[in-house]
Design a protein around this ligand. Sequence first.
Ligand code: T3D
Length: 264
Amino acid sequence: MAEPLVLVTQTGAVRTLALNRPAALNSFTGEMHRQLLAALEAAAADASVRAVVLTGAGRGFCAGQDLNDPEMAPDADGNVDIGKLIDAYYQPLALRVRSMPIPMVAAVNGVAAGAGANLALGCDMVVAARSASFIQAFSKIGLVPDCGGTWLLPRLVGRATALALAFTGDKLMAEDAQRIGLIWQCVDDAALADTAQALAARLAALPVKALAETRRAIDAAMGMDLPEALAVEGRLQRTLGREHDYREGVAAFQQKRAPQFKDR
Ligand code: T3D
């Protein structure tokens, strides 16, 4: 049987998905896309999962599109319809990651290039090994940042840095990525897996439904004026205030005990 291209494991409420084409630095083929999307859908649908860690097998996180993938082969006229790949794979992937009902933690274990970098950056919190790097490799092959890169980069680091990263395609080491606010945390290589798992377990114990709504509200607010954002906050508080987790959080506070959140 063929080796799975996404390895799925679970510890407690934390599901870990590891991209698994290490010989090609976990670059994306159509089949790896299908397996990753299926694994994300399964995690979203499984009530026992309250956080996901996304990482890579071997020495890389993900080198973006597999540039040797037969699905990219030119047609009889020598043309490649890259738009078809974007529509079929990268758009659904970027949207799925950003709309998960539970927190997504990227544990970036090595190079994250092209769509691989933007897949990681689309996760809610990004922890990277000190030896890991981020490369907006698109300009080197005549493309624009995809998998949400044009949307994510200016929001994370501002227009000037977004353009510099995208134009130059320079390798940004994890420590610098943390310094400029592109990622949450850079840790020693040996500490990466434990740090990411501990962070995900901590998030899993929080009211994850409220965390997912927080992500949605913050993303939406970037395109709103203050009155609109305040209105969204009001609507969300009204809805969340009727949920179990709100009642449990307040009761736990009043009774001086640890809360047991369960909404999703
Ligand atoms: O269809 C479309 O193009 C649209 C979609 C676009 C989305 C994108 O992601 S576009 C960007 C595509 N990615 C890249 O351009 C990155 C290409 N890779 C690199 O520049 C370098 O490999 C890295 C900087 C990522 C890492 O360099 P290094 O020196 O650490 O490793 P390496 O020796 O270059 O790579 C190791 C192996 O992985 C090597 O295979 P080999 O020679 O040992 O058999 C290399 O060919 C393979 N590999 C790395 N990246 C890719 C890849 N194979 C296929 N596609 C890749 N993207």
